[in-house]
Design a protein around this ligand. Structure first.
Ligand SMILES: [Zn+2]
Length: 127
């Protein structure tokens, strides 16, 4: 038990990774009437085409993140439904201003990158 505890203390990110932040993907067909809670993950789908993924930044900064899911946009992201309807999104998400969060969403879990909170390109070797 002590060995297990020591391992966890050395790798605090691992502890965060096991927490499910987004329980499920909610499908909507427009962006009006969005009252986001911290764990909401909204996917805007219109005429069967994915348009946007909208959710609050998981760092707690209250910033609403909207990612384009449209292939004509660069960059764009892909949301994959897991078997339990939790979101997985590809590629990772970087906040270039504000909190500077950098993370992956995998099966509803937040996986923080080592450079999260560090200005992009200021510490590029840690990417
Ligand atoms: Zn944030």
């Amino acid at each position: 038990m002590n060995i297990f505890k020591k391992k966890f203390n050395k790798r605090p990110l691992l502890k965060q990774n096991v927490i499910i932040h987004f329980e499920r993907i909610t499908i909507k067909n427009n962006v009006s009437d969005l009252h986001l809670t911290d764990s909401d993950f909204i996917k805007i789908v219109y005429k069967r085409k994915p348009y946007w993924a909208i959710f609050k930044c998981p760092c707690g900064c209250e910033n609403v993140i909207s990612l384009s899911l449209q292939k004509i946009h660069n960059p764009h992201w892909r949301v994959i439904n897991s078997h339990n309807k939790r979101p997985t999104i590809y590629p990772s998400i970087v906040q270039n201003i504000g909190c500077l969060s950098h993370f992956w969403i995998q099966d509803g879990k937040i996986i923080w990158c080592g450079n999260s909170g560090i200005k992009p390109f200021a510490d590029s070797q840690k990417w």
